[in-house]
Structure formats: C-alpha cells, structure tokens
Design a protein around this ligand. Structure first.
Ligand SMILES: [Fe+2]
Length: 505
C-alpha cells in the first residue's frame, strides 16, 4: 500500500520541524528540583520503593518460586516502566519522566529468572555521563537547561513494549520506539519505520490483531496532528497517514474493531501558548470539560471517512477493547475504558507520588460505551468497578470480548491498586483477588492456552517484604489465588506495561 506523495511530504514536514514544539526558554517556569529530592528522601512512606531509583541494572537472577507455573505460561513476560527518577541530586517531578528500565521474567515451570536493564537512550547515556539532567522531562522543567533539540532528545523509552520483527521495542508516546535485544535487553537504537518518519511519535499502545497486523498512532500536539500506522506481522510498515484534529487532546491509547479505529478524546487539550511560555509538556495541557469527551471513529480502509461522537466529559489512559456489531438499527461499536471524572490522575496524583505523597482520590471506573454509527448517538454506563490497566485475551483484539482483566482497589489510603479482577463488561459480574494492604498491583496480562480461559500473570510490589512478586492465576478463578508465585530478592520500582512472549517450540 503506497502513501501518496503529498501525504509523505506532509509527514516529512511534520517530523523535520518536530523540535519546534519543544522549545522552552531557559528561564521558563521551573520548580526547585532539590526540594523534591529532599522530600522524597525524608519520607517514611512504607511504599516509597515503588518510586525509588535503582542504582544499576539487575543482572540475570534466579528467583524463588512457590508452586509451578503452568506450561502455557512458559516464556517471557517483558515489562517496562520509569525507573531513573533521580540523578545528580535532582528528582523528576512526575512519575512518567523517569528513564525507562526494561525487565524480562523468564518462566519455565518451577524456575523463573529476572533481569532488568536501563534503556540506553541518547538522553540517558548523555545525562549519566554528565552526572546531571541535561534537559527536561514530560512533566518536569529544570532551571537553566538547554532546550531539547527534538522529541527524541527527551525520549525516556519508559511506557510499554512491543515484540516485532526480531526486536523488542521500548515505547514512549512522544517520539520514536527504541529497539532492544529481546534476549539481553541491550539497546540497539531508534526504530525508523520509514525514512520520512524518522523521529515521528509512535505511541505506547499499539493494537495487535489476531493475524498479526499492528495498528498504532502518534500525536503531534503542537500541530494538532494524529499519525496513524498500519504495520504487517513481520514489522514492515504498510501505511502511514496524518490527520488534523481540532483541540488536540492528550491521547494515550485507542482501540480497533474489524472495520474501524476508535479514539476517545478527553477534554485535556494542548495549548501551545503555555508551552511557549515555559510550561512542561504536561502543564501545556488544559482541562476544558465544556468540550466533553469526543469519540472519533475512523474507517480502517480510508481514514478520511470519519465520524465524531460526543460523551460526557471524562479522562482516561486506557481502553480495554472495542468491537462492532450489526443490528437492525445499524452498526454499533461497543467499547470499554477506565474512566476518571477529570484529569487529576495525570496532573496531580502521578506527580505527588514523586515526593511520596498520596492524593487519596478514587481511581477510574470501568465504563462501557455504545456508538451507534447510523444515528451518530453515543451512550455510556459506569459499571462502578474501580479499574486500571485493562487487558483482554489477546486473541479477542477487535472482536467481541466479555472479560476484562484489570487492577482494582480493595484497600484505601494506598497509592495505585492492590487487587486484580476479571469483570464481564456485558453483565458487570466481577471476580477477583486481593493481595492485601501491603501491596501495590501492577498490570496483569492474559496468557491464552492450556485451558479454555487461559491464565493471568502479573507483578506486584510487596512493600512489607520490599520485594517484587510475579504471580500466575487461572483466568476464570482469580479468587482462588495464585497457582504459582515467584518472589524476587529485591524490589523493583513500579512499572507500567508489559507483554508475554511464549517460549519457542
Ligand atoms: Fe498506558
């Protein structure tokens, strides 16, 4: 599939001038970095290691295992997240700023090994060599630092992972994917999908269909552009498109159906004037609830065929899945997402944990949406179940699904979540497992195979033991507790996302 010359030119111009949106005057709005470091260091919060900075990589280590991991989960769970929060006595002001560290949990029955390695981004290599931060992060502007020259000069490679074409890609949503060696986690360099797309934003939540087709997007907020990618199973780019979006919001995730791409556009809108005045990338976004939540539906075959729906205002990071159904009143797209009433999670909560403070706010709630393509009407129902990191059986991507695995909260007064649950988004029925009050739950993923409903694997930080634990559950019996657990001899900082890759043969 060839992209027209005019569109390629547009993409090239978009990328070639990509650094402009990141220019920040050296005397721009900045906060005293040392106070964040000292407040974090002085905190006695029992969960503080969740946001600590490992001094070095974690070499491959055999892990203590209780029980036996089922054959269906033999393989590698890759995970990644912000880990390099502190450097040279300065601490980032937002969880999402930290240099990415990739992990692999190699699972083989009663044997589990762990390895963790910082992604050697150009930014991290230069800053570690200098012993100090040289530029800004997504939510932090340090005083008197040179402007970042391009999005990739502040690329933290810290958000998610994608296994494709022999690479493990470390994803960040503001710039390029970073290629890692899947066996050693060694950094290979930036991924360029096509020469004219070098440096283009490639977001952290690609959707992989059952046939291996990969869909993804990227946001250039300053220009109000949404990039779309279609990639073949072997990692060859089939198509890239650029669309103009009015009131460009923060978009972290999207969904695909058999025929459409679906974006929820929360009313957290980029204001380039704030950026020009010295705000961080995060602080350039403005909460404008009067815009409501828009739902943009694009035809996969021709992205110029678009339909916009309107929902009440809300904010989200993640969708579970979307699928479409023919009905007597026309096609309906069903989707589910983790909906918050406002954007305080990204604007405040994920900032305050960096100085070991809790907001105490309730988390997002699992919410289902119907988009009626013929009438243009949209409706949504809040299932009333606190949920984040929704994941489905990967074989159901874009198809009808019923069950969503997600983190959930069973105890108040703690950051993040401490339970894992499986909720039927058609009935609202939910079953889950509470790890207890001394635990922070990370994303759990669904691993098909071995039984009808498959398995669920995921990590937690047990801050009573100060250790990270990998657990495996039967997907249809979470409440029965883990069938196997592997306890690391150390605590890892909280990560964001991961993916499971089965063992060969
Ligand atoms: Fe995410």
């Amino acid at each position: 599939m060839k992209t027209p010359v005019t569109r390629r030119d547009l993409l090239w111009r978009l990328i070639a001038s990509g650094g402009g949106s990141l220019l920040v005057p050296p005397d721009g709005r900045a906060e005293d970095a040392s106070s964040w470091q000292s407040r974090f260091d002085a905190s006695t919060a029992p969960w503080k290691s969740a946001f600590a900075t490992p001094a070095a990589d974690f070499p491959l280590t055999e892990v203590s295992v209780r029980g036996r991991f089922p054959d269906a989960v033999a393989g590698t769970l890759y995970r990644i997240g912000p880990a390099g929060h502190d450097l040279g006595g300065e601490r980032y002001h937002h969880w999402f700023d930290g240099d990415g560290m990739a992990h692999r949990f190699v699972i083989a029955g009663a044997a589990v090994h762990h390895q963790g390695r910082y992604v050697a981004t150009a930014k991290r290599v230069a800053e570690v060599k200098a012993g100090r931060r040289l530029t800004q992060g997504f939510g932090t502007v340090f005083k008197g630092r040179p402007e970042p020259g391009s999005p990739d000069s502040m690329n933290a490679a810290n958000t998610s992972l994608l296994s494709v074409g022999g690479d493990l890609l470390a994803l960040w949503e503001g710039g390029s994917a970073t290629r890692l060696d899947p066996l050693t986690l060694e950094t290979r360099g930036l991924k360029t999908w096509r020469a004219d797309l070098a440096g283009a934003p490639f977001s952290a939540h690609p959707r992989v269909e059952a046939d291996g087709t990969i869909w993804n997007f990227g946001v250039d907020a300053h220009r109000g552009m949404l990039l779309l990618y279609e990639i073949g199973p072997g990692g060859v780019l089939r198509r890239a498109e650029a669309l103009s979006i009015s009131d460009m919001p923060m978009v972290h995730d999207f969904a695909v159906t058999a025929g459409h791409l679906v974006f929820l556009l929360p009313p957290l809108v980029y204001d380039g004037r704030r950026r020009s005045a010295g705000a961080s990338m995060l602080d350039a976004y403005v909460w404008r609830p009067e815009l409501g939540m828009r739902a943009l539906v694009l035809d996969k075959k021709d992205c110029r065929r678009q339909q916009m729906f309107h929902l009440p205002p809300g904010f989200l990071f993640h969708l579970g899945n979307a699928w479409e159904q023919e009905t007597t009143s026309g096609a309906v797209i069903h989707l589910d997402y983790a909906r918050a009433c406002d954007a305080s999670s990204v604007l405040e909560d994920t900032r305050e944990v960096m100085r070991a403070q809790l907001s105490g706010r309730a988390g997002p709630s699992l919410t289902v949406v119907n988009l009626h393509l013929r009438s243009g009407k949209a409706s949504q129902v809040d299932l009333g179940i606190e949920a984040e990191f929704p994941r489905i059986d990967p074989r159901r991507t874009g198809l009808r699904h019923r069950q969503v695995i997600h983190a959930t909260k069973t105890h108040g007064g703690l950051p993040m979540w401490n339970g894992v649950a499986c909720t039927n988004v058609e009935t609202g029925a939910t079953q889950g497992f509470s790890y207890g009050p001394h635990v922070i739950v990370e994303e759990h993923v669904w691993v098909p195979g071995g039984r009808d409903t498959g398995w669920v694997i995921g990590t937690i930080l047990d801050h009573a033991q100060n250790k990270t634990v990998l657990s495996c559950f039967a997907a249809d019996a979470l409440a029965d507790g883990p069938v196997a657990q592997a306890t690391l001899p150390y605590a890892l900082p909280l990560g964001l996302h991961g993916m499971f890759v089965p063992a060969q043969g």
